[in-house]
Design a protein around this ligand. Structure first.
Ligand SMILES: [Zn+2]
Length: 148
């Protein structure tokens, strides 16, 4: 006898051992269903020069000067550009950490983003007054998110 599983997202009935709902495509395994951490079954190609967001699936970022220049090595505002190649997300909270050349953590803050649509780049600004020293590297990790 085959197991039937009800999708937590769309309440659709699924028979068999698939990992994803055949109605809406969202993950059926609750362990993998935390928003932002579920791997999409058909992730979009990642734009060049982007790094994975930690603790997230299909989320990527790059950092640049808010003035549109190359990677920030000064104390201007910082732009974090996020790319969502997976499920659409809402109420996203990320942590942005920056380190100076000698490895000291000189930036550590949380940012909220209302909406990360699938396949779109979204820019998050970190104002220069939050950055106390020139940044050498930037890390972004996912704290929480919700499905729409
Ligand atoms: Zn479903």
């Amino acid at each position: 006898m085959q197991t039937e599983r009800i999708c937590g997202e769309c309440s659709g009935r699924n028979v068999g051992a698939g990992d994803f709902c055949r109605h809406c495509g969202k993950p059926l395994n609750p362990a993998h269903s935390t928003a932002g951490r579920a791997v999409h079954s058909s992730p979009l190609p990642v734009p060049p020069a982007m790094s994975p967001v930690e603790n997230a699936a299909n989320l990527f970022f790059r950092s640049e000067s808010a003035y549109g220049g190359p990677t920030l090595i000064g104390t201007e505002s910082l732009g974090i550009i996020l790319f969502n190649g997976g499920f659409e997300l809402r109420s996203v909270v990320i942590r942005v950490e920056g380190r100076s050349k000698n490895g000291a953590r000189v930036l550590d803050l949380e940012k909220s983003i209302d909406h990360l649509p699938r396949g779109r780049e979204t820019c998050v600004d970190v104002p220069s007054y939050d950055i106390h020293e020139p940044l050498h590297s930037v890390r972004v990790s996912l704290i929480s998110a919700e499905y729409p």
